[in-house]
Design a binder for this molecule. Structure first.
Ligand code: ZN
Length: 412
Protein backbone atom coordinates (compact mmCIF):
# COMPACT_ATOMS: atom_id res chain seq x y z
CA UNK A 1 0.00 0.00 0.00
CA UNK A 2 0.96 3.59 -0.53
CA UNK A 3 2.93 4.77 2.44
CA UNK A 4 2.61 8.44 3.21
CA UNK A 5 5.99 8.64 4.90
CA UNK A 6 7.80 7.20 1.95
CA UNK A 7 7.04 10.26 -0.16
CA UNK A 8 8.76 13.60 0.31
CA UNK A 9 7.13 16.65 -1.25
CA UNK A 10 8.71 19.98 -2.17
CA UNK A 11 7.00 22.91 -3.88
CA UNK A 12 8.18 26.06 -5.61
CA UNK A 13 6.58 28.76 -7.70
CA UNK A 14 8.61 29.39 -10.81
CA UNK A 15 7.28 32.29 -12.85
CA UNK A 16 3.55 31.62 -13.02
CA UNK A 17 3.79 27.93 -12.35
CA UNK A 18 3.42 26.02 -9.13
CA UNK A 19 5.81 23.10 -9.37
CA UNK A 20 5.39 20.15 -7.02
CA UNK A 21 8.09 17.54 -6.77
CA UNK A 22 7.16 14.28 -5.05
CA UNK A 23 10.05 11.95 -4.40
CA UNK A 24 8.87 8.44 -3.55
CA UNK A 25 10.94 5.89 -1.68
CA UNK A 26 8.53 2.98 -1.31
CA UNK A 27 10.57 0.86 -3.74
CA UNK A 28 13.93 1.64 -2.18
CA UNK A 29 13.78 0.28 1.32
CA UNK A 30 15.96 0.93 4.37
CA UNK A 31 17.71 -2.40 3.89
CA UNK A 32 18.62 -1.56 0.27
CA UNK A 33 19.91 1.75 1.49
CA UNK A 34 21.98 0.08 4.23
CA UNK A 35 23.58 -2.42 1.90
CA UNK A 36 24.37 0.26 -0.71
CA UNK A 37 25.90 2.49 1.92
CA UNK A 38 28.09 -0.37 3.12
CA UNK A 39 29.19 -1.13 -0.41
CA UNK A 40 30.05 2.52 -1.01
CA UNK A 41 32.11 2.52 2.18
CA UNK A 42 33.95 -0.65 1.17
CA UNK A 43 34.77 0.61 -2.30
CA UNK A 44 36.00 3.96 -1.06
CA UNK A 45 38.09 2.48 1.76
CA UNK A 46 40.37 0.92 -0.81
CA UNK A 47 43.46 2.82 -1.72
CA UNK A 48 43.35 2.39 -5.41
CA UNK A 49 40.62 1.45 -7.73
CA UNK A 50 41.29 -2.28 -7.79
CA UNK A 51 38.59 -3.41 -10.08
CA UNK A 52 39.32 -4.86 -13.48
CA UNK A 53 36.99 -4.04 -16.31
CA UNK A 54 35.35 -7.32 -17.14
CA UNK A 55 34.39 -8.77 -20.49
CA UNK A 56 31.00 -8.23 -21.92
CA UNK A 57 28.86 -10.24 -19.66
CA UNK A 58 25.68 -8.79 -18.40
CA UNK A 59 26.22 -9.68 -14.81
CA UNK A 60 29.65 -8.22 -14.76
CA UNK A 61 28.40 -5.14 -16.51
CA UNK A 62 26.04 -4.59 -13.63
CA UNK A 63 28.95 -4.91 -11.23
CA UNK A 64 30.85 -2.26 -13.15
CA UNK A 65 27.85 -0.02 -13.06
CA UNK A 66 27.42 -0.50 -9.33
CA UNK A 67 31.06 0.30 -8.88
CA UNK A 68 30.78 3.44 -10.97
CA UNK A 69 27.88 4.67 -8.87
CA UNK A 70 29.93 4.62 -5.71
CA UNK A 71 33.39 5.41 -6.98
CA UNK A 72 33.98 8.99 -8.03
CA UNK A 73 37.59 9.57 -8.87
CA UNK A 74 37.37 13.27 -8.15
CA UNK A 75 36.18 12.78 -4.56
CA UNK A 76 37.88 9.50 -3.78
CA UNK A 77 40.91 10.87 -1.92
CA UNK A 78 38.88 13.18 0.24
CA UNK A 79 36.41 10.43 1.11
CA UNK A 80 39.21 8.05 1.89
CA UNK A 81 40.72 10.48 4.39
CA UNK A 82 37.35 11.10 6.01
CA UNK A 83 36.20 7.54 6.12
CA UNK A 84 38.02 6.77 9.39
CA UNK A 85 35.78 9.24 11.20
CA UNK A 86 32.51 7.48 11.85
CA UNK A 87 29.35 8.89 10.33
CA UNK A 88 25.83 7.79 11.15
CA UNK A 89 23.85 7.14 8.03
CA UNK A 90 20.18 7.51 8.68
CA UNK A 91 17.49 6.37 6.25
CA UNK A 92 15.05 9.11 7.26
CA UNK A 93 17.67 11.80 6.83
CA UNK A 94 18.73 10.23 3.54
CA UNK A 95 15.19 10.48 2.18
CA UNK A 96 14.71 14.08 3.25
CA UNK A 97 18.11 15.16 2.03
CA UNK A 98 17.88 13.47 -1.38
CA UNK A 99 14.37 14.78 -1.95
CA UNK A 100 15.52 18.33 -1.20
CA UNK A 101 18.60 18.10 -3.42
CA UNK A 102 16.71 16.52 -6.34
CA UNK A 103 13.86 19.02 -6.06
CA UNK A 104 16.29 21.94 -6.09
CA UNK A 105 18.01 20.56 -9.19
CA UNK A 106 14.67 20.08 -10.92
CA UNK A 107 13.56 23.63 -10.07
CA UNK A 108 16.87 24.93 -11.36
CA UNK A 109 16.58 23.03 -14.68
CA UNK A 110 13.02 24.29 -15.18
CA UNK A 111 14.25 27.84 -14.60
CA UNK A 112 17.29 27.63 -16.84
CA UNK A 113 17.65 24.81 -19.37
CA UNK A 114 14.09 23.70 -20.07
CA UNK A 115 11.64 26.52 -19.21
CA UNK A 116 9.36 25.33 -22.03
CA UNK A 117 8.18 22.62 -19.64
CA UNK A 118 6.43 25.22 -17.48
CA UNK A 119 5.65 28.11 -19.82
CA UNK A 120 1.93 28.82 -19.92
CA UNK A 121 1.14 26.31 -17.19
CA UNK A 122 -0.45 26.91 -13.80
CA UNK A 123 0.76 23.68 -12.29
CA UNK A 124 3.28 20.96 -12.95
CA UNK A 125 3.87 17.84 -10.85
CA UNK A 126 7.00 15.74 -11.06
CA UNK A 127 6.83 12.28 -9.52
CA UNK A 128 10.29 10.91 -9.07
CA UNK A 129 10.45 7.39 -7.67
CA UNK A 130 13.56 5.80 -6.26
CA UNK A 131 14.05 2.25 -7.53
CA UNK A 132 15.91 -0.65 -6.02
CA UNK A 133 16.91 -2.10 -9.34
CA UNK A 134 20.02 -1.26 -11.24
CA UNK A 135 18.50 0.12 -14.37
CA UNK A 136 20.24 -1.43 -17.30
CA UNK A 137 20.84 1.48 -19.62
CA UNK A 138 21.14 4.40 -17.33
CA UNK A 139 20.40 5.44 -13.82
CA UNK A 140 17.11 7.13 -14.54
CA UNK A 141 14.19 6.67 -16.84
CA UNK A 142 11.19 8.68 -17.97
CA UNK A 143 8.02 6.68 -17.42
CA UNK A 144 5.98 7.96 -20.32
CA UNK A 145 3.06 5.63 -19.77
CA UNK A 146 2.30 7.45 -16.49
CA UNK A 147 3.14 10.94 -17.71
CA UNK A 148 0.56 13.43 -18.91
CA UNK A 149 0.66 17.06 -19.94
CA UNK A 150 0.94 18.27 -16.35
CA UNK A 151 2.51 15.25 -14.68
CA UNK A 152 6.01 13.98 -15.31
CA UNK A 153 6.91 10.59 -13.91
CA UNK A 154 10.47 9.37 -13.63
CA UNK A 155 12.37 6.56 -11.98
CA UNK A 156 15.72 7.27 -10.43
CA UNK A 157 18.14 4.71 -9.10
CA UNK A 158 18.07 4.66 -5.29
CA UNK A 159 21.68 3.48 -5.33
CA UNK A 160 22.67 6.60 -7.26
CA UNK A 161 20.86 8.67 -4.63
CA UNK A 162 22.90 6.94 -1.96
CA UNK A 163 26.20 7.08 -3.84
CA UNK A 164 26.04 10.38 -5.65
CA UNK A 165 24.10 12.41 -3.12
CA UNK A 166 23.98 11.21 0.49
CA UNK A 167 27.25 9.29 0.80
CA UNK A 168 29.16 12.08 -0.93
CA UNK A 169 27.52 14.63 1.31
CA UNK A 170 28.40 12.84 4.53
CA UNK A 171 32.04 12.30 3.56
CA UNK A 172 32.93 15.09 1.15
CA UNK A 173 30.25 17.72 1.84
CA UNK A 174 29.41 17.70 -1.84
CA UNK A 175 26.76 16.24 -4.05
CA UNK A 176 27.38 15.25 -7.65
CA UNK A 177 25.53 18.23 -9.13
CA UNK A 178 26.81 17.68 -12.65
CA UNK A 179 25.60 14.07 -12.72
CA UNK A 180 22.22 15.03 -11.29
CA UNK A 181 21.70 17.87 -13.72
CA UNK A 182 22.73 15.84 -16.74
CA UNK A 183 20.58 12.88 -15.78
CA UNK A 184 17.48 14.87 -14.88
CA UNK A 185 17.77 17.09 -17.97
CA UNK A 186 18.01 14.01 -20.17
CA UNK A 187 14.80 12.54 -18.75
CA UNK A 188 12.94 15.87 -18.82
CA UNK A 189 13.87 16.22 -22.48
CA UNK A 190 12.21 12.84 -23.06
CA UNK A 191 9.07 14.30 -21.54
CA UNK A 192 9.09 17.06 -24.16
CA UNK A 193 9.32 14.43 -26.90
CA UNK A 194 6.49 12.55 -25.21
CA UNK A 195 4.35 15.70 -25.18
CA UNK A 196 4.88 16.04 -28.93
CA UNK A 197 3.42 12.55 -29.23
CA UNK A 198 6.65 10.99 -30.49
CA UNK A 199 6.48 7.87 -28.32
CA UNK A 200 2.82 7.16 -28.94
CA UNK A 201 3.41 7.48 -32.66
CA UNK A 202 6.37 5.14 -32.40
CA UNK A 203 4.34 2.60 -30.46
CA UNK A 204 1.55 2.75 -33.02
CA UNK A 205 3.99 2.25 -35.87
CA UNK A 206 5.55 -0.73 -34.10
CA UNK A 207 2.07 -2.21 -33.81
CA UNK A 208 1.50 -1.65 -37.54
CA UNK A 209 4.83 -3.29 -38.27
CA UNK A 210 3.95 -6.32 -36.15
CA UNK A 211 0.55 -6.69 -37.84
CA UNK A 212 2.03 -6.38 -41.29
CA UNK A 213 4.71 -8.94 -40.50
CA UNK A 214 2.15 -11.37 -39.20
CA UNK A 215 0.09 -11.09 -42.36
CA UNK A 216 3.15 -11.17 -44.63
CA UNK A 217 5.63 -13.39 -42.83
CA UNK A 218 8.02 -13.59 -45.78
CA UNK A 219 8.03 -9.92 -46.73
CA UNK A 220 10.44 -8.40 -44.23
CA UNK A 221 13.41 -9.62 -42.27
CA UNK A 222 12.92 -10.30 -38.57
CA UNK A 223 15.27 -7.41 -37.83
CA UNK A 224 12.82 -4.74 -38.94
CA UNK A 225 11.18 -3.82 -35.58
CA UNK A 226 14.53 -3.68 -33.76
CA UNK A 227 16.07 -1.58 -36.54
CA UNK A 228 13.10 0.76 -36.50
CA UNK A 229 13.51 1.32 -32.77
CA UNK A 230 17.20 2.12 -33.11
CA UNK A 231 16.41 4.62 -35.88
CA UNK A 232 13.78 6.30 -33.68
CA UNK A 233 16.26 6.40 -30.83
CA UNK A 234 18.86 8.17 -32.96
CA UNK A 235 16.69 11.24 -32.59
CA UNK A 236 15.05 10.65 -29.19
CA UNK A 237 18.23 9.63 -27.34
CA UNK A 238 20.38 11.86 -29.54
CA UNK A 239 18.61 15.09 -28.61
CA UNK A 240 18.35 14.06 -24.93
CA UNK A 241 22.09 13.31 -24.79
CA UNK A 242 22.84 16.51 -26.70
CA UNK A 243 20.90 18.62 -24.16
CA UNK A 244 22.31 16.65 -21.25
CA UNK A 245 25.86 17.51 -22.35
CA UNK A 246 25.27 21.13 -23.19
CA UNK A 247 27.80 22.28 -20.60
CA UNK A 248 30.63 20.00 -21.77
CA UNK A 249 33.66 21.85 -23.11
CA UNK A 250 34.49 19.53 -25.95
CA UNK A 251 33.00 16.96 -28.25
CA UNK A 252 35.04 13.92 -29.15
CA UNK A 253 34.43 12.43 -32.56
CA UNK A 254 35.79 8.94 -33.10
CA UNK A 255 35.35 7.68 -36.64
CA UNK A 256 36.57 4.22 -35.77
CA UNK A 257 33.69 3.90 -33.32
CA UNK A 258 31.28 5.46 -35.80
CA UNK A 259 32.35 3.00 -38.52
CA UNK A 260 32.00 0.10 -36.13
CA UNK A 261 28.49 1.14 -35.19
CA UNK A 262 27.55 1.69 -38.85
CA UNK A 263 28.74 -1.80 -39.68
CA UNK A 264 26.69 -3.14 -36.79
CA UNK A 265 23.63 -1.28 -38.05
CA UNK A 266 24.22 -2.80 -41.46
CA UNK A 267 24.54 -6.23 -39.91
CA UNK A 268 21.42 -5.66 -37.82
CA UNK A 269 19.37 -4.67 -40.86
CA UNK A 270 20.27 -7.94 -42.60
CA UNK A 271 19.40 -10.35 -39.80
CA UNK A 272 16.62 -12.79 -40.66
CA UNK A 273 15.63 -13.72 -37.13
CA UNK A 274 13.91 -11.33 -34.76
CA UNK A 275 15.62 -12.84 -31.73
CA UNK A 276 19.08 -12.41 -33.28
CA UNK A 277 18.31 -8.78 -33.98
CA UNK A 278 17.12 -8.19 -30.44
CA UNK A 279 20.24 -9.82 -29.06
CA UNK A 280 22.49 -7.65 -31.20
CA UNK A 281 20.72 -4.46 -30.11
CA UNK A 282 20.87 -5.48 -26.46
CA UNK A 283 24.56 -6.21 -26.73
CA UNK A 284 25.82 -3.37 -28.89
CA UNK A 285 23.41 -0.50 -28.77
CA UNK A 286 22.01 0.14 -25.34
CA UNK A 287 24.83 -0.56 -22.97
CA UNK A 288 25.78 2.88 -21.89
CA UNK A 289 24.90 6.37 -22.89
CA UNK A 290 28.37 6.75 -24.38
CA UNK A 291 27.75 4.18 -27.06
CA UNK A 292 25.19 3.03 -29.57
CA UNK A 293 22.47 5.30 -30.82
CA UNK A 294 23.02 7.72 -27.92
CA UNK A 295 26.50 8.44 -29.21
CA UNK A 296 25.59 8.54 -32.90
CA UNK A 297 22.48 10.65 -32.31
CA UNK A 298 24.30 13.14 -30.13
CA UNK A 299 27.01 13.60 -32.77
CA UNK A 300 24.40 14.05 -35.49
CA UNK A 301 22.87 16.87 -33.40
CA UNK A 302 26.32 18.36 -32.98
CA UNK A 303 27.03 18.34 -36.73
CA UNK A 304 23.70 20.09 -37.32
CA UNK A 305 24.94 22.67 -34.80
CA UNK A 306 28.25 23.02 -36.66
CA UNK A 307 26.43 23.77 -39.90
CA UNK A 308 24.61 26.59 -38.08
CA UNK A 309 27.91 27.83 -36.67
CA UNK A 310 29.38 27.85 -40.18
CA UNK A 311 26.81 30.45 -41.21
CA UNK A 312 28.21 32.78 -38.55
CA UNK A 313 31.94 32.24 -38.70
CA UNK A 314 34.55 30.80 -41.00
CA UNK A 315 36.54 28.74 -38.54
CA UNK A 316 35.99 26.00 -35.98
CA UNK A 317 38.13 25.41 -32.90
CA UNK A 318 39.92 22.07 -32.70
CA UNK A 319 41.04 21.08 -29.20
CA UNK A 320 43.11 18.04 -30.14
CA UNK A 321 46.09 17.83 -32.55
CA UNK A 322 47.74 20.76 -30.79
CA UNK A 323 44.74 23.11 -30.59
CA UNK A 324 44.05 25.13 -33.70
CA UNK A 325 41.49 27.24 -35.49
CA UNK A 326 40.51 25.36 -38.60
CA UNK A 327 38.70 26.92 -41.56
CA UNK A 328 35.38 25.15 -42.07
CA UNK A 329 36.30 24.39 -45.68
CA UNK A 330 39.11 22.16 -44.42
CA UNK A 331 37.01 20.29 -41.85
CA UNK A 332 36.27 17.28 -44.04
CA UNK A 333 39.92 16.69 -44.95
CA UNK A 334 40.96 17.17 -41.35
CA UNK A 335 38.45 14.64 -40.02
CA UNK A 336 39.48 12.18 -42.69
CA UNK A 337 43.15 12.57 -41.87
CA UNK A 338 42.92 12.15 -38.09
CA UNK A 339 39.84 10.04 -37.46
CA UNK A 340 39.82 10.84 -33.75
CA UNK A 341 39.41 14.52 -32.93
CA UNK A 342 38.12 16.80 -30.24
CA UNK A 343 36.18 19.87 -31.21
CA UNK A 344 35.03 22.77 -29.11
CA UNK A 345 31.43 22.61 -27.91
CA UNK A 346 28.90 24.93 -29.44
CA UNK A 347 28.68 28.38 -27.88
CA UNK A 348 25.48 29.06 -25.98
CA UNK A 349 23.72 31.03 -28.71
CA UNK A 350 24.47 28.42 -31.36
CA UNK A 351 23.46 25.64 -29.00
CA UNK A 352 20.11 27.35 -28.43
CA UNK A 353 19.52 27.84 -32.16
CA UNK A 354 20.39 24.22 -32.83
CA UNK A 355 18.21 22.95 -30.03
CA UNK A 356 15.26 25.09 -31.20
CA UNK A 357 15.64 23.63 -34.69
CA UNK A 358 15.90 20.07 -33.38
CA UNK A 359 12.86 20.54 -31.13
CA UNK A 360 10.66 21.18 -34.18
CA UNK A 361 11.27 17.64 -35.43
CA UNK A 362 8.25 15.32 -35.30
CA UNK A 363 9.61 12.19 -36.97
CA UNK A 364 13.05 10.60 -36.94
CA UNK A 365 13.13 10.80 -40.75
CA UNK A 366 13.11 14.62 -40.51
CA UNK A 367 16.12 14.39 -38.24
CA UNK A 368 18.02 12.31 -40.77
CA UNK A 369 17.12 14.76 -43.56
CA UNK A 370 18.25 17.71 -41.41
CA UNK A 371 21.51 15.94 -40.63
CA UNK A 372 22.11 15.13 -44.31
CA UNK A 373 21.68 18.81 -45.23
CA UNK A 374 24.15 19.74 -42.50
CA UNK A 375 26.71 17.31 -43.96
CA UNK A 376 26.24 18.83 -47.42
CA UNK A 377 26.74 22.31 -46.02
CA UNK A 378 29.86 21.20 -44.17
CA UNK A 379 31.19 19.41 -47.25
CA UNK A 380 31.43 16.00 -45.58
CA UNK A 381 31.61 13.06 -47.95
CA UNK A 382 29.86 9.70 -47.46
CA UNK A 383 32.61 8.07 -45.41
CA UNK A 384 32.47 10.91 -42.87
CA UNK A 385 28.73 10.74 -42.40
CA UNK A 386 26.85 8.95 -39.65
CA UNK A 387 23.28 8.05 -40.63
CA UNK A 388 22.42 10.20 -43.64
CA UNK A 389 19.49 9.70 -46.02
CA UNK A 390 21.48 7.38 -48.28
CA UNK A 391 22.54 5.05 -45.47
CA UNK A 392 19.05 5.21 -43.94
CA UNK A 393 17.49 4.00 -47.19
CA UNK A 394 20.10 1.31 -47.47
CA UNK A 395 19.24 0.01 -43.99
CA UNK A 396 15.51 0.05 -44.68
CA UNK A 397 16.04 -1.70 -48.00
CA UNK A 398 18.15 -4.37 -46.35
CA UNK A 399 15.43 -5.11 -43.82
CA UNK A 400 12.32 -4.49 -45.87
CA UNK A 401 13.42 -5.19 -49.40
CA UNK A 402 11.75 -2.20 -50.87
CA UNK A 403 11.62 1.20 -49.33
CA UNK A 404 8.47 2.08 -51.26
CA UNK A 405 6.72 -0.90 -49.76
CA UNK A 406 7.64 -0.15 -46.17
CA UNK A 407 6.72 3.49 -46.57
CA UNK A 408 3.06 2.50 -46.62
CA UNK A 409 3.28 0.74 -43.28
CA UNK A 410 5.95 2.70 -41.46
CA UNK A 411 5.48 6.23 -42.66
CA UNK A 412 1.68 6.16 -42.61
ZN1 ZN B 1 17.16 8.44 -22.75
Amino acid sequence: MFNLFSTQTNKATIGETLVTVKVGFSKYSASWFDSDFKLATQINSKKERNFKLPEESKLKFKQVQRYEIFYRKFYHKRIQQQIKTPVHPDYGEFKRFCATVLSQRLFHILKTALPQLITGRKELTINLNATNKYLENNLATHVYSNSTDNVIEMEFSGSAMTGRIYFLWLYAHKVDVSFLERTLTHELEHHLEHRKGMYLKEEETLKNIAEFMQLNPEAWKGSFPALFEVLCNLYAEGIATFVENRKANEVEIDFKQIQKLKQLLNKLSSLEKKSDAEKLVEKEFRFTVESGEYYLGRLMCYFIGLSILKQKQTEVMILSQGKLKLPFVELGLFLEKYGLVKLESLDEATFKETYAKLSQIKHHREFITMYTKACQELGLKDSLRIVDTKFYHKLLNNAAGSYKHCREVVMG
